[in-house]
Design a protein around this ligand. Structure first.
Ligand code: CP
Length: 309
């Protein structure tokens, strides 16, 4: 299996700081162009296939919007009414779809490595929209973009990723990109939800949330995955909130400049309270808005004839 590809965006792990900053700067330029009402049509005549084998609201709609805003068109396979339901293999599904002549494919799958498989199998650019617990590179980029937009840089900043790190592809993409760009990355959550070896990615495990919060410039809160609760990772949702929920009480001790991020979807009153999620430190809807811009930058860089990052 190829671990990186020059034509596709499969992971942030293998991008260097120059490549990450090229994408972020390109997104900043696009945001400025749109603010000034200049609309580049860099995907004119191109069609992108959205292949989501898992539910999505933000990622799928923002990729579709990004393609449309750049003058391209996109097609989405409705899996519930597709021949996948008749047992067609992933290999046959993607080979048949590819025969229709798409210019790029955005793929999300519950198994890690599926975007890499699609990339190895087909000749067109592939964008990983989330693969299992592995990576969610466009989310990682939009998170870093939002941090840079809010505080000018991530270099030297303290970033806490709070919650279910074990099952989070968002956490992994954040850690790879933030470490490459020189941030100090901390993780906190129930010990059962902190993966063994996370320190080898450069993250520091925080044993005491209350002591860590006052030092943080950014806190990225992750969704608690209800569907895994019966596997015994934590005793009850109430106890989770009591020990690891981002409440107004906990936030009182944070820097006045702290920014609160969440990739969504949010479980209000569990990993984050509503008065924090909607409060003055939150940049959650900025993340969503920036998601369109960052995905435009990714699509433009991979699909414009100038080549990838
Ligand atoms: N952040 C994120 O991936 O959200 P969706 O699952 O709604 O795409």
């Amino acid at each position: 299996m190829k671990i990186s590809s020059s034509k596709s965006l499969l992971a942030l792990r293998f991008l260097n700081s120059e490549q990450l900053l090229r994408l972020i700067n390109s997104a900043l330029e696009l945001k400025k162009s749109f603010t000034e009402n200049q609309h580049p049509r860099s995907l004119s005549g191109q069609t992108i296939l959205n292949l989501f084998f898992e539910p999505s609201t933000r990622t799928r709609v923002s990729f579709e919007t990004a393609v449309k805003r750049l003058g391209g068109s996109s097609v989405a396979l409705n899996l519930e009414s597709s021949s996948v339901k008749k047992g067609e293999t992933l290999f046959d599904t993607i080979k048949n779809l590819d025969a229709m002549g798409f210019d790029g494919i955005v793929v999300r799958h519950r198994h890690a490595g599926v975007p890499h498989f699609v990339d190895n199998t087909l000749g067109v650019p592939v964008i990983n929209a989330g693969d299992g617990f592995n990576e969610h590179p466009s989310q990682g980029l939009l998170d870093v973009f939002t941090m840079i937009e809010k505080q000018g840089t991530v270099t030297g900043k303290n970033v806490l990723i709070l919650g279910d790190i074990l099952h989070s592809r968002v956490a992994r993409s954040n850690i790879w990109a933030l470490k490459t760009l020189g941030a100090n990355v901390f993780v906190a959550g129930p010990p059962t939800l902190i993966p063994a070896g996370i320190e080898h990615m450069g993250a520091i495990v925080v044993p005491d949330l209350a002591k860590a919060i006052p030092h943080m410039d950014f806190i990225n809160v992750l969704r608690i995955q209800y569907e895994r609760q019966d596997l015994g990772y934590f005793p009850t949702v109430r106890e989770y909130r009591d020990r690891f929920g981002l409440t107004l009480d906990r936030l009182q001790h944070a820097k006045p400049t702290v920014n609160i991020l969440h990739p969504g979807p949010i479980n209000r009153g569990i990993e984050i309270d509503s008065d924090v999620a909607d409060g003055p430190h939150n940049v959650i809807l900025d993340q969503v808005a920036n998601g369109v811009i960052v995905r435009m930058a990714i699509l433009q860089q991979l699909l414009s004839k100038g080549g990838p990052a």
